[in-house]
Design a binder for this molecule. Sequence first.
Ligand code: ADP
Ligand code: MG
Length: 445
Amino acid sequence: MALADPAVWRDMQSYLCRYHGELCRQWFDELEPMRLDGGILEITARNSTQINYLQQRCRDPFTEAAQNITGALVVVNFIGPNGATTPQGGPTRSTGDLGSDELLLSPDHTFANFVVGPGNQLACAAAKAVSEQLGRAYNPLFIHGGVGLGKTHLLQAICHQINDAHADATTYYVSCDTFMNEFMQCVQNGQMHTFHQRYRHVDLLMIDDIHFLTNRERTQEEFFHTFNTLYQNDKQIVLSSDSPPSEIPQLEERLISRFNWGLVTRVDQPCYETRVAIVQKKAELRGLPLPNDVVYFIAAKIESNTRELEGAITKVQSLAALRQLPIELKLAQQALGDQQTIVVNPQPSIQNIIDAVTNYYGVKLADLQSKRRHRSITIPRQVCMHLARKRTRYSLEEIGGYFGGRDHTTVMHACRTIEGRAQSDVSFAAQLDEIDEQLSLASNN
Ligand code: ADP
Ligand code: MG
């Protein structure tokens, strides 16, 4: 059993910062590598919320970092402070004996990290009141509003608050989908007892996106009884929805009226000042130094919702990481596409593509043509293939031939990989745009 090498850990942190900056949080500083044993690198986290979150959201990138730094087939595992591999006394203890599908709590979604402004102050105050007096403040609490405006964040904040202050309270936090699926499953398997046990014996039931109950008559009926049981026992119910109760299509009248018994409150779009504060808060959580002019620029440019504000921060962060430059206004403007539009040359040459890509990633053509499989080479190589496919008329075979005699299936795979990644990863999509832009500039000369 060898203690993990601190230098390896430091290098892993820089790797994560450079290639997965949007994932990194300040609280990662609290993580500690414990031991590297039998190909498993164990990293300790502080509590079960962190462990759950890391296991589900961060294991792959951490493993990727560990493999790149050590050059060995290491797998990362997150454990508790006393070596527990499965979280002990989880934050949300569910009842019943079936495996349950509770929603994953993000350690970021606390009240402390929620920025209060005119658009959400009532909803936030209500959520706090509820978490201080379960079942006695507003019951139910019904939060509605458009996407990305903080409904899920508030629900999770209530959960965190209850876990911290009332460790003995039983909470159950699920999506409406889970409620519907578990109901159907229990009906089919004759396990209604388990279902009731799970949903009717909690101190706090939270269902996210309850508007999906639309049209589901049997589930609505079951939910009606769940609601009544909890309500009669002074148990807290918190719901979120994209619209107020009366505007959820095909929702039974008796449910609409019950949803209105407690407090129905709306979250609205954040105003400019709130957006500024949100950008500052998100940057702080990521440990990202953002100069004020960049903060103001992002807050002014992105008006729609908070999720997109975060996406904009990610784009700026990735471009800076990639170019190894400090974050400045000019870079932010580039990252968010705030430049004069450029006339695109429809057919650059392969040489133009190679120049743009090798410049951008700081690699050599010989590396791209070699057999090397390190990530720092495979990505530029795949980007070349993708751009050649997209911007030139060369066939798959010709492209493969150019990049080290690879066959057409390899080129096809490269194109799919790049397109897939661009769809799921905004920062990578921003990189591609950036290279495409360089390409247009170059091929215009
Ligand atoms: P919704 O559930 O309403 O679609 P979310 O709660 O998922 O929206 O919010 C989207 C993102 O925006 C989350 O990362 C959340 O933390 C963030 N967010 C929304 N409102 C705020 C706020 N007032 N302060 C800080 N972060 C916010
Ligand atoms: Mg949500």
